[in-house]
Design a protein around this ligand. Structure first.
Ligand SMILES: Cc1cc2nc3c(=O)[nH]c(=O)nc-3n(C[C@H](O)[C@H](O)[C@H](O)COP(=O)(O)OP(=O)(O)OC[C@H]3O[C@@H](n4cnc5c(N)ncnc54)[C@H](O)[C@@H]3O)c2cc1C
Length: 437
């Protein structure tokens, strides 16, 4: 790793990778990630990615997104995302992403909760892996991009509300290094790692958000946390296994302890989650049942092979019996305040993907809008960097770096724990403010 790059991107999920892909090739780029490159939530996405099918669907897609978000969405951001969705999908197809097709060769669309139409493109039940692996292949081949796995951003280098790079720990050596850049992009994903039960990778603990809180970079709605209604109930520790909403979109039913239906399975996530929790309380159970048998056997095998296999590993034959499901933390709608170009309130610092809050999702994300949002706004951030490129003042950057006390970073575990605590505290404070209003 060098001491200086034109652009540093913290995070190697779809947001970080797509940003790198669109930075001009004459600019040097460093991408770092906390674990191995495949340990991003982008790899886990099952259900798919939304696309505006045709102009006739605009009003309905827009209304579904706003309704799921309780009308707290930023209308301009929502419109921008929906209008650009065909171009995002076309770009992925150009990269070689293989989406499911109908018999006539046109894109096949599935459906999830909160959608009034089938408008979700998918690749079996591992759409995220298909997209992220293809992006990673493309980015790895770029000569101007260096990828540093197992490298943890511990802080940013900044002075007078301007960002000049990052402080990073290289896990392999234990060394902590200042790395300068003209632009820094935070693409550090969600915050599931601060919750006991989450579908997210445990290493995703909102470090980008905590670093922004530390330096007074604006952060919005930290308490807007989405709970997914259906994760496989297990008494084992570790990441909760998601059972995609598109299984319900294809006909799976939610049943109470006596195997009776108790809700409409295709309402937005927060509504279904509330219904399940209410039912669990009423029944005195730790889970409800998900019955996948209404989904045709062939559809289960071809569309959801990973879910079928994982349930089998846990001892459930989805073709013959119900599986126990329980809600768990899933997605972070709040985050680092960013505009439609990914700019934060600190010049030279951008935030894209799940770590940012540009208002697309409002108070609750509509299913399959987040890969789309991450990809689109990451590309827009790269384009903004290109259009407004201006070298950072080296003397000011050096002065900012000199002010850092490097001893402070020697105990990285303690810093990361502190960041987790800061996130938990910020969520509680925001909840308190909400309950007072
Ligand atoms: C199980 C599951 C299923 C999902 N299904 C869907 C779906 O079907 N459709 C959909 O649209 N969305 C889905 N989502 C949500 C979607 O996958 C994520 O919102 C999206 O992938 C986020 O992308 P990202 O690039 O912002 O973050 P991520 O892909 O999570 O990447 C974050 C990156 O940041 C790095 N990082 C974090 N902290 C640091 C640090 N301190 N230093 C260095 N690097 C750091 C990580 O190592 C990682 O590389 C799903 C999520 C989960 C968990």
């Amino acid at each position: 790793m060098k001491d200086r790059y034109d652009v540093i991107i913290a995070g190697a999920g779809v947001a970080g990778l797509n940003c790198a892909l669109h930075v001009p090739v004459d600019k040097s780029v460093l991408i770092i990630c906390k674990g191995t490159p495949d340990k991003s939530d982008s790899y886990l996405a099952q259900g798919g990615i939304c696309r505006l099918k045709d102009e006739n669907d605009f009003e309905s897609y827009y209304a579904d997104t706003m309704r799921a978000g309780h009308g707290e969405n930023n209308p301009a951001a929502v419109e921008c995302m929906i209008r650009n969705s065909p171009a995002v999908i076309d770009g992925l197809i150009e990269l070689g992403v293989d989406f499911a097709r109908d018999k006539d060769g046109s894109l096949a669309y599935t459906r999830e909760g909160g959608h009034s139409e089938n408008r979700i493109c998918y690749h079996e039940d591992c759409t995220g892996k298909e997209i992220t692996a293809k992006l990673m292949q493309k980015v790895s081949a770029l000569k101007n991009v260096e990828i540093a796995p197992e490298t943890v951003m511990l802080d940013i280098i900044c002075a007078d509300n301007e960002c000049f790079g990052i402080v990073a720990l290289q896990k392999s050596t234990g060394g902590v290094k200042k790395i300068f850049s003209d632009y820094t992009v935070l693409a550090t994903g969600g915050i599931g790692g601060v919750f006991e039960k989450s579908t997210n990778f445990r290493i995703l603990t909102g470090d980008g958000v905590a670093i922004c809180l530390k330096h007074g970079v604006a952060v919005d709605h930290v308490n807007y946390v989405q709970i997914h209604p259906t994760t496989l109930y297990s008494e084992k520790d570790g990441r909760s296994f998601l059972i995609s909403e598109s299984v319900r979109g294809e006909g799976a039913l939610l049943l109470d302890k006596d195997f009776n239906r108790f809700t409409d399975e295709l309402q937005p996530r927060d509504v279904v989650t509330a219904e399940i929790l209410k039912q669990m309380k009423k029944d005195g159970t730790a889970y409800v049942w998900l019955d996948m048998r209404p989904v045709p056997e062939e559809e289960l095998k071809t569309h959801f092979p990973a879910i079928v296999a994982r349930c089998a590993e846990e001892g459930y034959d989805v073709f013959r019996e119900c599986v126990p499901v329980v809600p768990a933390q899933h997605y972070f709608m709040g985050g680092i305040r960013s505009d439609l170009q990914g700019r934060t309130t600190m010049p030279r610092l951008y935030a894209v993907g799940e770590t940012c809050c540009n208002g697309v999702h409002g108070a609750n994300r509509l299913a399959s809008n987040s890969l789309l949002e991450s990809l689109l706004f990451a590309k827009r951030a790269a384009e903004d960097i290109k259009e407004s490129y201006c070298n950072a003042d080296r003397a000011t950057a050096l002065r900012a770096a000199e002010r850092l006390d490097m001893n402070e970073y020697q105990n990285a575990d303690a810093i990361l724990q502190k960041y987790k605590n800061d996130i938990i505290r910020a969520i509680k404070e925001a909840e308190n403010v909400k309950s007072r209003n």
